[in-house]
Design a protein around this ligand. Structure first.
Ligand code: NI
Ligand code: MN
Length: 227
């Protein structure tokens, strides 16, 4: 069993029988989130894509509460160790792949920016290709459309793409990205958190249906899909 749950915004939870992994959890100060940090089930790893507050804000609290390991680009992993007193971190960099107890994690490029909340340099922004129990999941994370996505994520089982526009790609480019990487299933993220990134996910899904070979999967906040 591999279960993927949308926590709202860029936040995801991946669960297997033995592991629970978060990606960019953002629950406090997030008007769209439904679960408070204190009510999260036991987590063992937290993947962080880049340094913006809507991706790092809750990570240290969760890591300490659960003795979880934060996985991020070197500069952000170092920041969590030195300024947030997080005990267990794994630093990596773009293009690198590591084996973790639940599967493998490859750090992919993203076209975005990455300053940490206190102004520290956050390295380069990233996405993740997670291979877990034979399923390949591409989290583009906060990014514009770029053609190298095809190199890193072609034919993935699941692609998670931002659609909110303004700060990331919007609907048009997310349809183009879906075609480019030829994903089997595609899920929208990073929208409807605040008015500037409001989107009609049903319109997006209709376009994925008609313009690509992928299956669109629109989850409500807190909803899951079993992969
Ligand atoms: Ni961002
Ligand atoms: Mn963001």
């Amino acid at each position: 069993m591999t279960r993927l749950t949308w926590l709202s915004h860029g936040g995801w939870m991946i669960e297997t029988e033995e592991h629970r992994i978060l990606l960019d959890p953002f629950l406090t100060d997030n008007p769209a989130a439904k679960i408070p940090v204190q009510q999260l089930p036991k987590v063992d790893h937290i993947l962080i894509s880049h340094g913006h507050f809507d991706h790092v804000a809750d990570a240290a609290t969760i890591a300490k509460q659960h003795d979880a390991t934060i996985v991020a680009i070197y500069e952000i992993a170092d920041w969590f160790t030195k300024t947030q007193n997080v005990e267990s971190t794994v630093g990596m960099n773009i293009g690198g792949q590591i084996e973790l107890p639940f599967g493998s994690v490859k750090m992919t490029p993203a076209l975005h920016s990455s300053q940490l909340p206190d102004g520290s340099y956050g390295g380069e922004p990233a996405g993740f290709l997670v291979t877990i129990q034979g399923t390949r999941i591409y989290f583009a994370c906060d990014t514009a459309l770029f053609s190298d996505m095809k190199i890193y994520a072609e034919n993935v089982d699941v692609a998670v793409l931002p659609i909110g526009d303004v700060f990331t790609m919007g609907i048009d480019d997310s349809v183009a990205a879906t075609k480019l990487i030829n994903a089997k299933k595609v899920l929208p993220a990073h929208y409807d958190t605040w008015p500037p990134i409001a989107q009609n996910a049903n319109e997006w899904a209709a376009r994925i249906e008609t313009e690509t070979t992928a299956e669109p999967v629109v989850l409500a906040v807190g909803e899951s899909i079993d992969l």
